[in-house]
Structure formats: C-alpha cells, structure tokens
Design a protein around this ligand. Sequence first.
Ligand SMILES: Nc1ncnc2c1ncn2[C@@H]1O[C@H](COP(=O)(O)OP(=O)(O)OP(=O)(O)O)[C@@H](O)[C@H]1O
Length: 247
Amino acid sequence: MVAPPDNDVLWARALHYTHSDGSPALGGVSLGVRQGEILAVAGPSGSGKTTLLRCLSGMVRVRKGEVWFNSAPVHTLGPLARERLRRDRFGWIDPAPVLVPELNVWENTALPLMLRGTSRRRAKVAALEWLERLDVGELARRRPHQLRQAERQRVCLARALAPAPTVLFADEPTAPLHRADRAHVLRTLTTASRSHGITVVLATHDPETAALADRTVALLDGRCVKTVHLPPAGDTTEGRAACSLSV
Ligand SMILES: Nc1ncnc2c1ncn2[C@@H]1O[C@H](COP(=O)(O)OP(=O)(O)OP(=O)(O)O)[C@@H](O)[C@H]1O
C-alpha cells in the first residue's frame, strides 16, 4: 500500500463500487484533490457523482480500491473511525435541505460544532456569524418548517461551514434553488472555501456551477472521462472559461 502524494489532501486509486442490489456505480476512479482546491465532479444523472462523494467521505466503504485522507487510509478504517473522521474533519451538503425539525435555525447550525465538543456558547457565536454571512441571520430563532426551501438550504450551508471542515463535500448543493439564490450560495461557498482554505468536492451536472471550480473531473458511467484544469482564480471569467484538457 503506497501513501498518496503530500500535496493531495484527498486521494483515490482505482475505486470500484457496486450497490448491494448489484448495480454498478464506480468502475475504477482515480483522482487527487489538493489542499484548498475546489474540485467539481461533473456528469449526467446516474454517472456516479453521489457514490464517488460517499466513498471519498467514508460514508460508505469502498469495495475495491483506496481512499486516503492526508496520510490516513480511509478504505481500511472501521465504521466508528470513519464516523469520527466525518464528524471532525468533513462537512456534507445534500441536494435537499435536511434539518432537525425540533431545533431552531441557530441550534441546527451549531449542532456539528457541539458534537465535536465546542461549548454551546461558542458554537452559537460561530453559528450566528455564518447565518449572517448567508443572509439568514434574522431567521436564527425560527424552526425549519417556518423557512422557505432556499432559506433552509442556506442554513445547511452555514451548518456545514461553521466547523471549518478540512474537506466539504457538496452534492448538488444548489439543486433546489432559483438562479439568483444559486449564484449567492455558490459565491458564499467559493469565497468561504478560499478565505478559510477549505477543500471542496462539488458534485454537479450544471456547467455554470462547475465553471466556478479550480478543476473539473467528469464522470460517465462510473468512470473518469476527462479532467479540466482552469487558470488561477485571479484571472478573468473569460480566462477561466478557456480551460485546458488533460484527459
Ligand atoms: N442505493 C442504490 N441502490 C442501487 N443502485 C443505486 C443506488 N444509488 C444509486 N444507484 C445507481 O448507481 C449509479 C450511480 O448513481 P449516483 O447516484 O452515484 O449517480 P449521480 O451521478 O449522483 O446521479 P444524480 O445526479 O441523479 O444524483 C446509477 O446507475 C444509480 O441508478
């Protein structure tokens, strides 16, 4: 077993995954994600994006292949160790906003921090800061059922960012949003990632969303078909769109 290159925070080699009913999902995916990078995983519906994120984050154990986080072999960890890794180092955003209905907005946002051992007081401060950044600070005392879908998704984003995860996995995070909300949420996600050095693995089938990433890995039928490298973030939008291919 050979450890991954030092500059990759996350690294996968020859990942295979077949669902319990026999449906094939990944057929030998290899990739590396650098510290602080925003990597888009693009591809049509059913291409394996969600499954890849679930394997990389340790949510499911890969059937064949390797996943490394820094120098830790995630593929050999047991369920408890993977759970701890997800709690302490990773964040996750689902396509549909899922919040605890009995807790108000700031309590939902503070929850991952408190699970990590942060005091309720400090977790509340961090939660309120992130809710403000996402323009939902005034909703802090409301319950999830009192919010619009787009507001709930912003709360989910605040909840994922508040603990400053090393890697944030975002599975179609703007799927339930209108165009204007989508742009705002994506801007917040990319700005937060760059200012806090958070690595983001972003599954999307939307080319506009993928264009915000530093690099895109395209999947088709569970296999990587190409990698698109974009110029550094300081370049113009036109420059970023003119990407190079390294198949
Ligand atoms: N729980 C499951 N049981 C069986 N097959 C599944 C399951 N989840 C996904 N699949 C199948 O695995 C393949 C990959 O699915 P996956 O959800 O990873 O793709 P995706 O690119 O994220 O798609 P989408 O954009 O629609 O979410 C598809 O063929 C899908 O039908």
